[in-house]
Ligand binder design. Structure first.
Ligand SMILES: [Zn+2]
Length: 350
């Protein structure tokens, strides 16, 4: 294509040379052409100058001026919006820890200040200053994302009920006062501990999925039994206050959830053991637990307080406590390897 144009231009030039006399232009036309050329060049210079002016007023420029590298800026750009970038440029400045946080898989931009609070700069506190490689950034990100950088039951918020079976209830997120599910159903005696006249209730959908799971477990040779289900906030209050009056706040908090903060009040949580083992300390060593650990997600349940994650969940490992979140979400949570608290912060709340 370009060689074709080249050919055409050459041909025209040869023709022009031939017809030189005819083509002699009037001086006014010449002047006009010169003006057009100058205008064109002038516009381009103005545009370049204006672009440069705009660039120098941008957050990108301000960040680079602080000493961040171009690669840093690329990463910052991919995870923070312009307002957040200005926050770095104007308020945070050059910080030797910041990129380590931004690099983390589960970095959440709105938590940036809280992440940085986990580190100590030389200017802040010379005696407690630690070099950047001292910190475990992924752990700090998880800590802040799950709000566990705050004392339990501080910075609490009412949980977002619009999320249905995906709601988060823990030591920071609580159920609306007087919340009571309107679709609670009794778990048949066959599937639960207790006397025939007792009641263990869960929400309808949770029960249906529990039955599916029960059947699958049964086929695999395990007889699951529900031990505890829905507890009203009122009931939770009685339990909690009993411990509180007996031995004080820290004791009560270590044993029971505060009213409104118990997953059992959602109607979506079940304590599950097997017919042959209903002892909290022993259930983790049973094959029934192994089956639940590896299969419960297929029926919409997640192990809510996994082993080794108590710092993030706020609860010691509970091999028996399962939470219904729906099949699709349970599979995602299972595959992520995250606690529900971490998953919620990064994927559902962010
Ligand atoms: Zn439980």
């Amino acid at each position: 294509m370009s060689s074709f144009f080249y050919y055409v231009i050459m041909k025209l030039m040869i023709d022009m040379r031939k017809k030189k006399k005819k083509l002699r232009l009037k001086s006014s036309v010449k002047l006009f052409l010169v003006l057009v050329v100058f205008l064109f060049i002038g516009c381009n210079i103005a545009k370049v100058t204006y672009d440069d002016y705009l660039y120098k007023k941008s957050s990108d420029y301000a960040i680079l001026q602080l000493g961040y590298s171009v690669d840093d800026l690329k990463l910052i750009d991919s995870k923070l919006n312009d307002e957040q970038k200005w926050h770095i440029a104007k308020d945070i400045g050059n910080n030797e820890f910041i990129m380590n946080f931004i690099k983390c898989d589960y970095f959440i931009a709105k938590n940036l200040d809280a992440y940085l609070k986990q580190t100590v700069t030389k200017e802040e506190d010379f005696w407690h200053y630690k070099k950047p490689d001292y910190y475990k950034y992924d752990e700090l990100v998880a800590k802040v994302n799950t709000k566990t950088d705050n004392e339990y039951y501080t910075e609490t918020v009412e949980t977002n009920m619009d999320l249905g079976s995906a709601i988060l209830v823990n030591k920071y997120y609580y159920l609306p006062e007087e919340y009571e599910p309107d679709d609670l159903v009794d778990i048949e005696w066959k599937y639960r501990f207790g006397n025939k006249n007792d009641h263990i209730k869960v929400r309808q959908e949770t029960y249906e999925h529990f039955l599916d799971m029960w059947n699958a477990a049964n086929e695999a040779g395990y007889y699951l039994m529900a031990y505890s289900g829905y507890r009203s906030t009122e009931h939770q209050k009685r339990i909690y206050n009993e411990y509180l009056n007996k031995n004080g706040v820290s004791y009560a908090d270590s044993i029971a959830a505060r009213p409104g903060h118990s997953e059992h009040s959602t109607g979506l949580a079940l304590d599950i053991y097997s017919k042959t083992c209903s002892q909290a300390s022993l259930f983790k060593d049973t094959k029934a637990y192994q089956w639940l650990l590896n299969n419960s997600y297929k029926y919409g349940f997640i192990l809510r307080y996994p082993e080794g994650k108590s710092k993030l969940t706020g609860y010691n490992f509970e091999s028996w406590h399962y939470r219904y979140v729906g099949v699709e979400l349970a599979e995602k949570v299972y595959n992520s390897g995250l606690t529900y608290d971490e998953y919620y912060a990064f994927y559902l709340e962010k």
